[in-house]
Design a protein around this ligand. Structure first.
Ligand code: ADP
Length: 585
């Protein structure tokens, strides 16, 4: 709901009526009682000021009750106004009760008192011209008019001047209030515009996420199909083809890998931005994880002539998702090696800091200029690669790494000077070593799903083919995308399987009732809103083994598959992964 000007205005009483200001007002009133008592019977003065003090205390007590503070703002404002009208009307009555004809000093005290009161109210109401005017008129006008009417310019000109002063003061306050009101209006308008702009940006972000989710799903289908065809082609034709064809095939394969890599990274970002990725935080020992990484990168480091050393003490545990942390460190190590000159050393160092572990990846490379140090964590930002040379990376690694670090409730930062190398630091909370029972569980013990290379973590690599021996004969393929279906069918046939292909959920259930298929491979999203998971569950009830393949970045589907213990692969799925999954069934 858009805020109204009324909502924007602060509660007049919230800050104004502190205990100190309450007692300061009471002290003023006692002083006034003393002064007026020199000219008017003290009983009248005390009663008049007593009523004012009682009203003030009553209001203070009332507006400080917890139930009053908890009431809605419009109701509170109404109560404040009632108190104010009552008080101002009563203050205005001073022109009868405290008026002493011909006693000019006392009249001056009266005028000062009234103006003081009016100023207080005007200060609180400034910004609301109508209410300020009414309040001032109620409090000051009766006495000002009486001064003017009863004073005559030759005898009581001081009285007349006081009356005119009162009127001028009223008018000034009204103008002040009007200026303030336009200021408040301006502020409200500005806030409204800022809110509208923020909403528009949020809506754009959401539609961008949706757009990427849709695009990446649709991109995955052909990439998945090309990969399957390619695997088949490479396996079949390696021996037979001439050198030129093999080189062309290798080129296609490399391009497919690059496309797969880009798609995987964009998908990782999309998944994280849409909240589909969650960290599985467990006490993770850092030394073995780092040792594994160093080993994995040893070939690349050797080729670049870079030495990698790890200085990580054993038995240091951090709260982390092992896969995510490996992915983060792998990216940092990749960069450190990539940007180091031959003969340099890259060090992974563990440091302790209040309740945290800091894993630093240090290199002696070209470093990063200060102005670019935050930008490198943004998507597609690379320094000195305006031509976007793909061989120098995609510029997504650190964007993903930072998101992973944040998901693990940690952070990642950079310290660097151009020409003097770079130190990337991943900060994570310390954890106590896990109890022996918990440590038996693998890092993702709960997962009944196979994340596949497009899921977290595993950077694309050449997968070895498992021996294509399958204890199966017949496969029911439920896939509506003709390209994917054709590629999968061919690949399955190359493994000696008989394939029955259907496109819809109804056909799958009908076929499943009598076909002899041992295994059903189901696409997760079927035509006419059909759910691959429902089909898989129904077929499993009929004694078939099921494998679900999804092109979606959808956490709900993953959780549902996990819950029902259905194996889920995420597209693009390579030939070796599919073969291994079928063997595991
Ligand atoms: P990529 O390495 O794929 O280009 P990243 O997101 O990992 O993408 O890195 C973004 C950019 O940050 C790199 O292109 C490079 O310019 C800079 N960068 C990252 N790490 C280092 C490093 N260790 N030394 C120098 N520059 C680096």
């Amino acid at each position: 709901m858009t805020p109204t000007r009324e909502d924007e205005r602060p509660d007049p009483e919230d800050s104004a009526h502190t205990v100190a200001s309450l007692w300061a007002l009471r002290a003023c009133e006692v002083l006034c009682v003393l002064m007026f008592s020199t000219a008017i019977p003290w009983q009248r003065v005390t009663t008049w000021f007593g009523v004012i003090a009682a009203l003030g205390v009553l209001r203070w007590w009332h507006v400080n009750r917890p139930w009053f503070r908890a009431s809605p703002k419009p109701a509170r404002q109404r109560v404040y106004r009632i108190y104010m009208w009552v008080l101002m009307t009563y203050v205005g009555s001073a022109c009868w009760f405290l008026y002493v004809p011909a006693n000019l000093p006392i009249q001056a005290v009266l005028m000062s008192y009234l103006l003081g009161n009016a100023t207080l109210v005007a200060v609180r109401l400034t910004g609301d011209v109508m209410r300020t005017t009414i309040a001032l008129v109620l409090a000051v006008l009766p006495t000002s008019l009486r001064f003017i009417v009863e004073g005559t310019l030759d005898q009581h000109n001081l009285l007349v001047m006081m009356g005119v002063g009162g009127l001028l003061m009223t008018v000034t306050m009204v103008f002040l209030s009007r200026a303030q009101e336009s200021n408040v209006k301006h502020q409200v308008e500005q806030r409204r515009r800022a809110e509208a702009a923020a909403n528009a940006v949020a809506a754009m972000g959401l539609s961008k996420s949706r757009f990427f989710a849709a695009v990446s799903h649709d991109l995955r289908q052909p990439v998945h199909a090309i990969g399957l065809h390619l695997d088949l082609l490479m396996r079949r034709g390696q021996a037979a083809q001439d050198r030129a064809s093999r080189r062309a095939l290798d080129g296609i394969h490399q391009s497919w890998r690059a496309l797969d890599d880009l798609l995987s990274q964009v998908l990782d970002l999309t998944r994280m931005d849409s909240g589909a990725v969650q960290a599985d935080l467990r006490p993770t020992e850092l030394a073995p994880l780092v040792a594994d990484l160093v080993m994995q990168h040893s070939a690349v480091a050797e080729a670049a002539g870079v030495r990698v050393v790890a200085l990580v003490r054993p038995a240091a545990f951090a709260m982390a998702d092992a896969l995510m942390l490996a992915r983060v460190l792998s990216n940092l190590l990749d960069n450190a090696i990539k940007f180091s000159p031959a003969g340099a050393t890259v060090a992974i160092v563990l440091r302790g800091a209040r309740g945290q572990w800091r894993l630093q990846v240090r290199d002696a490379g070209m470093g990063i200029p200060h102005v670019a140090q935050e930008r490198i964590f943004e998507e597609f930002v690379q320094i000195d690669n305006e031509a976007r040379d793909r061989r120098r990376g995609l510029g997504l690694g650190l964007a993903i790494a930072r998101r992973f670090a944040l998901l693990m409730e940690g952070d990642i930062s950079v310290r660097s000077r151009p020409g003097q190398g770079c130190c990337m630091t991943v900060s994570l909370s310390r954890a106590a070593p896990p109890t022996p029972a918990a440590s038996i569980a693998p890092a993702h013990a709960g997962a009944a799903v196979d994340s596949g290379p497009a899921e977290l973590g595993v950077p694309p690599h050449e997968e070895p083919w498992p021996p294509s021996v399958l204890p199966l004969r017949d496969v029911l393929l439920v896939e509506d995308d003709s390209l994917v279906a054709a590629a999968t069918r061919q690949l399955l046939r190359s493994w000696g399987l008989r394939v029955r292909h259907v496109e819809t959920a109804d056909d799958a259930l009908r076929e499943g009732a009598h076909a002899r298929a041992d295994v059903a491979i189901c696409d997760a999203r079927l035509p006419h809103g059909g759910s691959g998971l429902d089909v898989a569950l129904a077929l499993r009830m009929r004694g078939k083994k099921v494998l679900l393949i999804s092109g979606e970045t959808n956490a709900v589907l993953r959780e549902a598959a996990q819950f029902h213990e259905v194996q889920l692969l995420t597209k693009p799925v390579s030939g070796p992964t599919l073969l291994a999954a079928l063997q595991a069934l």
